[in-house]
Design a binder for this molecule. Structure first.
Ligand code: NCD
Length: 311
């Protein structure tokens, strides 16, 4: 493993499988009544969140705490960032406090890469602009593997606002590395202009793809990143690219429905689908903690056994 986790495009197949297999071992701990391991005792993990987050921030906090690390939560609101402090000065402050790992979410694509040059500890990208969100892709792959078995040859369809989605990009790279075949379905206005380095297919016809897929991953329409009108109306978007019960009926038996959250219920996904049997949305959240435990463990104490050893 490298010292940082900045993008899934950097992960070898070996590294990705190591993370997923370690998470599988750690899942046993999360299922126990006492959820804590002493593995990262004495280590400090800083959660540095410049953008809003519910799941990801809580998930990293829970993961670090279950490994007995000390956790410092920093959100840009209420900090000196609102006084105009730069990312570099914030980084130097963290460095002076001896952070062993910094988990960063930032509105600017590339911010975690910059941070990695300024701190000695490990940097984990928890979402940077429209670029990457590697731990989301890892928890998604983990969830698929638990439901469907190995990912080689599996067909995954990612649907919706690909243009603004760091989740889509991270998933495309990771799933390709793990041997799955990815198809993106989106209106042309919600696809990136340059996709030469995206190892996947593109389709504009959701209904044509549905009968041939093992996984449908719906993406949130990211209104907050839209500065123009990307589709005629919410109704029109739902009609063509939303997943409702009727569409879900075209999926093969055993195929699953995923969404990273937060959802626009009734827009990209109908409530009955989100809460239905094929949905893994709640499992994804549970698995997120386990996968982030595996990432923190592998980055911070790779040579010691995850479970056992120093208990
Ligand atoms: C995603 C994100 O922040 O990139 N959410 C998440 O981390 N679970 C997706 C989104 O915001 O739509």
């Amino acid at each position: 493993m490298k010292r940082h986790l900045l993008s899934t495009a950097d992960l070898s197949r070996e590294d990705a499988l190591l993370i997923l297999d370690t998470a599988e071992q750690l899942a046993q701990v999360s299922g126990r009544s006492i959820k804590k391991l002493p593995t990262l005792r004495g280590r400090t993990v800083v959660n540095l969140f410049f953008e809003d987050s519910t799941r990801t921030r809580i998930s990293f906090e829970a993961a670090a705490k279950r490994l007995s690390a000390d956790v410092i939560n920093f959100s840009a609101k209420g900090s000196s960032v609102s006084k105009g402090e730069s990312l570099k000065d914030t980084a130097l402050t963290l460095q002076a406090m001896g952070a062993d790992a910094v988990v960063i979410r930032h509105g600017a694509s590339g911010a975690p890469h910059r941070l990695a040059a300024w701190v000695d500890g490990s940097v984990v990208n928890a979402g940077d602009g429209t670029h990457e969100h590697p731990t989301q892709a890892l928890l998604d792959a983990f969830t698929m593997r638990r439901r469907l078995g190995e990912l080689d040859g599996r067909r995954v369809t990612i649907v919706g606002d690909v243009l603004h989605s760091r989740v889509a990009r991270s998933n495309v790279h990771l799933l390709h590395t793990l041997g799955a075949e990815v198809t993106l379905v989106a209106p042309p206005t919600l696809l990136p202009v340059a996709m030469d380095d995206w190892p996947c297919e593109v389709s504009y016809d959701f209904d044509a793809v549905l009968p041939k897929t093992d996984v449908v991953m719906m993406l949130r329409v990211q209104h907050e990143r839209m500065n123009a009108s990307y589709f005629p109306s919410a109704r029109e978007y739902s009609r063509r690219y939303g997943l409702d019960p009727e569409r879900m009926g075209r999926m093969p038996d055993g195929a699953i429905v995923m969404h990273p959250g937060p959802m626009n219920r009734g827009m990209e996904i109908a409530a009955e689908v989100a809460d239905g049997e094929r949905s893994t949305i709640v499992e994804q959240v549970t698995n997120g903690v386990t996968v982030r435990m595996a990432v923190l463990y592998l980055l911070l104490s790779g040579s010691e056994p995850a479970i056992g050893g120093n208990q």
